[in-house]
Design a protein around this ligand. Structure first.
Ligand code: PEP
Ligand code: MG
Length: 584
């Protein structure tokens, strides 16, 4: 058994067979075959080995003419590997002994060789050989199952997806009925892949570091999305413990939900807070209601672009917004955030064909909308049309300057005038807000507050841009920390500016779903939180244990501290004082 530690990004526990996606997204399948098919599988294996060897020799011949013998000889070595007696013998034996498919047998045999090479200690030769075997496995899998293998969306058996990385689009198509958990080698706590896993309610751990070479498709693994653990090849005792935990988890979270759903999020001393849900898809509106949310605090509309090759039409936008508003009814606000495309979200879409060296600092979000006004206006028309169906509010993302905010509002006015002329109904008094997620906006919060009806603080980006630490990069995950004193000070500035201007302020980054930060944020003056719907019952439970005076003392103390580590341990200690069973 091996326990690997990563970053817990979506809660829950899952146990099951691994489905391994290699660094280039090729699926290593888990299929076994019937006894009658075994001979056929062996023939398929031999044919693939012969074909791969032939292709490597061909490559050697063409490259030899082009680049000289030395480089071409690399492929001669590859051609030899396909005839390697250990590989051929082991793969065949695995098919015959276990009814494995040819693909699966190749994967197991290659990984067994890699393990032996690992055990032999590191040397330049062993490292090269390992790289050669990785390549060889890939070639064989491509030959056996076609270039792209089985698409992720076609999975029908329950599995746990293990991958080097997954894009938000790849994650979005995972079906929680079959994908019971996921773990990736790379990625950070607030990456959009992580957010996607949360939205789909798939337990997930990211940023685990290298593990794919130690696992084969079909091996049993455990993903612990509470503690951020990936357990390979668990022993019987660990399996038993996690089966019990999974059972408890399923039963208590259901009870929790029913109990918390209809009671208000109110502190012990009677301060009413509002807990909203963050959603990416219209279907999640129901999740918000099931979890007792007071509304939708952030609708990330860019997810309408998931796996689309053309921009959504005005009608598609409209249908999505109308669905959410109708579901939430007239009394629960729905904050629709305009498109936050770019960065790591759906790059390569229409209007986004440019390649940027540093997309998070590039043409992302409102910057892109202001450059691509037809796209922006299409969305704004749909939002305005949908406004008559409920308590809709509009929010602009990633605003960096007061000028940008003015431009966004002026385009919105133009669209309103167009609709008036066309006699298309919309609400005239829609509250307008801005996200505060760029340090320049936080610093200028007093000025921005005069232009809007509400703020929503996007701590995911605010942390990334303040600390210059990529939210997707596990190697800077220690630095990327919402508990950093610089973030606390910025939060204080923004919340004060909002309170002075008497406008609402919500926290909608992942920080708002972290129990540890509840007292701090309440004490700083926040009364509205927006988080993944699944977290709402737990947050409500915590709110009902809080006291405003204590929270203000906690916020005051936390602001005196100098490092993220000190802030974290102080906030944990304070949480444990009111909730002795609080997780670490
Ligand atoms: C944020 O940055 O905190 C936020 C809520 O927006 P997103 O995660 O979609 O960038
Ligand atoms: Mg953001």
């Amino acid at each position: 058994m091996e326990i690997r530690r990563g970053i817990a990004v979506s809660p829950g526990v899952a146990i099951g067979p691994a489905l391994v996606l290699d660094t280039e997204g090729i699926l290593i399948p888990i299929r076994s075959v019937s006894t009658q098919e075994v001979d056929g599988e062996v023939r398929r294996l031999r044919a693939a080995l012969a074909e791969a060897s032939h292709l490597a020799q061909e490559k050697q011949r063409t490259l030899s003419a082009k680049l000289g013998k030395e480089i071409a000889d690399i492929f001669a070595a590859h051609a030899g590997l396909y005839e390697d007696p250990i590989l051929v013998r082991d793969a065949e034996a695995l098919i015959r002994a276990n009814n494995y498919s040819a693909e699966y047998a190749v994967s197991r045999a290659v990984r067994a060789i890699m393990k032996r090479l690992d055990a032999a200690g590191s040397s330049p030769l062993a490292t090269r050989l390992q790289a050669d075997f990785v390549d060889l496995e890939k070639q064989l899998l491509i030959l056996l199952q076609g270039a792209s293998g089985q698409p992720l969306s076609a999975i029908t058996e329950p599995i746990i997806v293990l991958a080097h990385d997954l894009t938000p689009s790849e994650t979005a198509i995972l079906d929680p009925k079959t994908v019971h958990a996921l773990a990736t080698e790379s990625g950070g706590a607030t990456s959009h892949t992580a957010i996607m896993a949360g939205a789909l309610e798939i337990p997930a751990v990211v940023g685990v570091g290298r593990f794919l070479s130690d696992i084969s498709g079909g091996d049993t693994v455990i993903v612990d999305g509470y503690q951020g653990l990936l357990i390979l090849d668990p022993d019987a005792e660990t399996l038993q413990r996690y089966m019990e935990l999974r059972f408890r988890d399923q039963t208590t979270s259901g009870l929790h939900q029913v109990f918390q759903k209809n009671i208000p999020a109110e502190t012990k001393d009677g301060v009413r807070l509002h807990l909203f849900g963050n959603i990416e898809f219209p279907g999640e509106a129901r999740h918000c209601l099931d979890r007792g949310a007071d509304g939708v605090g952030l609708y990330r509309t860019e997810f309408l672009y998931v796996n689309k090759s053309v921009d959504p039409t005005e009608e598609e936008h409209f249908q999505a917004y109308q669905t959410v508003l109708k579901e939430l009814g007239p009394d629960r606000p729905v904050v629709i955030r305009t498109l936050d495309l770019g960065g790591d979200k759906f790059v390569g879409m229409t209007g986004l064909t440019h390649h940027e060296k540093n997309p998070f600092l590039g043409l992302r979000s409102v910057r892109l909308c202001l450059k691509n006004q037809p796209m922006f206006k299409t969305q704004l028309r749909a939002i305005l049309r949908a406004s008559v169906y409920g308590d809709l509010r509009i929010m602009f993302p990633m605003v960096s300057t007061a000028m940008e905010l003015r431009q966004c509002k002026s385009i919105l006015r133009e669209v309103q005038e167009d609709l008036e002329e066309a006699r298309i109904p919309f609400k005239s008094d829609i509250p307008i807000g801005t996200m505060i997620e760029v340090p320049s906006a936080a610093i200028m919060a007093d000025v921005l507050a005069r232009q809007v009806d509400f703020f929503s603080i996007g701590t995911n980006d605010l942390v990334q841009y303040t600390l210059a630490a990529d939210r997707n990069n596990e190697t800077v995950a220690d630095l990327y920390n919402a508990a950093d004193p610089s973030i606390l000070r910025l939060l204080q500035t923004v919340i004060r500016a909002a309170n002075t201007a008497e406008i609402d302020v919500t926290i909608c980054g992942e920080m708002s779903g972290e129990p540890m930060y509840m007292q701090l944020l309440l004490g700083l003056g926040v009364r509205q939180f927006s988080a993944t719907p699944r977290k709402i019952p737990e947050l409500k439970r915590i709110v009902r244990q809080l006291c405003l005076a204590d929270a203000e003392r906690v916020a005051h103390e936390a602001l005196q501290l100098e490092t993220a580590r000190e802030v974290t341990s102080y906030l944990r200690e304070q949480l444990r004082r009111i909730l002795p069973d609080a997780p670490d």
